[in-house]
Design a protein around this ligand. Sequence first.
Ligand SMILES: [Zn+2]
Length: 124
Amino acid sequence: MNDIFCKIVKGELPAYVVYETEDIMAIMDAYPHTPGHLLIIPKKHYTTILDMDNDINTKIHEAAKFLIQKMEKLYPNLKSIKTVINYGEEQVVKHYHMHLLPLYEKDNIPAMSQEEFANLLKSE
Ligand SMILES: [Zn+2]
């Protein structure tokens, strides 16, 4: 497959990688809906959630738990985190991905770039 996430996994496109195992990768969203927006993707191509096997699903959720804990500790003014998996028309890139969308206290949204969030997450 040749979608943008397959290209990122192969190193053909750049991304801020904040977490990586043999099977999965977490990257900063290039078009963040909120500052610090992350994506968790399987390295192997699965088009939608319906194609995912339970083993990789578990690994994605383990990564989500790990990253949510890190975000909670490190992101300034964080209020909550929304996890989203789009399916159908709403799924723009046809390579499964889970969004971790940080939500902040009103009027206290951190003015940080995705690179700064990536460095924060990798700082410990
Ligand atoms: Zn792909």
